[in-house]
Design a protein around this ligand. Structure first.
Ligand SMILES: Nc1ncnc2c1ncn2[C@@H]1O[C@H](COP(=O)(O)OP(=O)(O)OP(=O)(O)O)[C@@H](O)[C@H]1O
Length: 242
C-alpha cells in the first residue's frame, strides 16, 4: 500500500509552494525530506497529514489512517506531567491499565521513565522533544510524520533517538517520513532521501541508501559516497546561481 498525493497545488498568496506536485511513499522504507529552508517541506508534510488543505489536487491515503505527528516545537501542555502529556493522546482509545503500560513503554523508548512525574518546565529542551516523540510512539499512528524532530539535540542523544525510532519502526512498520537539515541524520536513519528545491517545490533527486541500518553506526565510512553526493547536491542548491 502507498501514501500518495497527486497534482497538488498550494499557494500562500502569490507564492506557489506546491505546483502540480505528486509523490508516493511506501511502508517498506524510512523516507527523508531534505532541501533548503523555505522550499516547502513543512507545507508538503502538512498537506499530506491533512493539517493544511491544498488549493487543488488529490490525496490518496488508506481510510481512517491515523497520523503520529511530531512538530518542530514540542507542543506539550505545561500544566500536565510528562506521563499525563503522553497519556493525553490515548484517552479515547484504551482502558486505564493499557494506557499506563503504553505510556511506560513509550517513555522507556526515549529513556524518560525516571521523569514521568516531572512537568515540562522542569525539563531541558531536548527532554521535552523526547516527550513529544514518546507521545507520537504512544499514539501508534499508522503514519509517523516528523518535522525536524532532532533539531537542537546533541549527537549522542540524536543517535539514541534515531535508534529508538528505528526500533519502533521495525516493531510497528508505520509509514515513516521526516524532515531534516542535517546530512548525517538523514544518512543515519533514512532509506530514501528526497532532495527538494523550490519554491515551487521540485524533486531534484531521490537517493536510495543501500547500507543496512545495523551497520551505519559503527561503519560511517560505508556512507561516505552518499555523504559526498548529498553535500554536493546541497551546495549546488544553496549557492546563488550566476
Ligand atoms: N502560513 C503561511 N503564510 C504565508 N507564507 C507561508 C506560510 N507558511 C509557509 N510560508 C512560506 O512558504 C514557503 C515554504 O515554507 P515551508 O515552511 O513549507 O518550507 P520549509 O522547506 O519547511 O522551510 P524550513 O526548512 O525553513 O522549515 C516559505 O517561503 C514560507 O515563508
Amino acid at each position: 500500500m502507498i501514501l500518495s498525493i497527486k497534482n497538488i497545488h498550494k499557494s500562500y498568496g502569490n507564492l506557489n509552494v506546491l505546483q502540480d506536485f505528486s509523490l508516493e511513499l511506501d511502508k517498506s522504507r524510512i523516507h527523508c525530506f531534505f532541501g533548503p529552508s523555505g522550499c516547502g517541506k513543512t507545507t508538503l508534510m502538512h498537506v499530506m497529514a491533512g493539517i493544511l488543505k491544498p488549493d487543488s489536487g488529490e490525496i490518496i491515503i488508506p481510510k481512517d489512517i491515523r497520523f503520529s505527528y511530531i512538530f518542530q516545537e514540542e507542543r506539550l501542555l505545561p500544566w500536565m506531567t510528562v506521563e499525563e502529556n503522553v497519556a493525553l493522546v490515548l484517552q479515547d482509545l484504551k482502558d486505564q491499565g493499557s494506557i499506563e503500560r503504553q505510556v511506560k513503554a513509550s517513555l522507556s523508548l526515549v529513556e524518560l521513565n525516571d521523569f514521568a512525574k516531572y512537568f515540562p518546565s522542569e525539563l531541558s529542551g531536548g527532554m521535552r522533544q523526547r516527550v513529544s516523540i514518546a507521545r507520537a510512539f504512544a499514539y501508534e499512528g499508522e503514519v509517523l510524520a516528523m518535522d525536524e524532530p532532532f533539531k537542537g539535540l546533541h549527537l549522542k542523544l540524536k543517535q539514541n533517538l534515531m535508534d529508538a525510532i528505528y526500533k519502533y519502526w521495525t516493531l510497528h512498520k508505520p509509514y515513516t517520513y521526516f524532515i531534516t537539515h542535517d546530512i548525517d541524520d538523514a544518512l543515519y536513519i533514512a532509506d530514501d532521501i528526497y532532495i527538494f528545491d523550490g519554491p515551487p517545490m521540485r524533486l531534484v533527486e531521490k537517493i536510495n541508501i543501500q547500507i543496512p541500518h545495523e551497520l551505519r553506526k559503527d561503519h560511517p565510512e560505508l556512507l561516505m559516497d552518499y555523504k559526498i553526493k548529498l553535500s554536493n547536491q546541497t551546495t549546488s542548491l544553496t549557492q546563488p546561481s550566476n
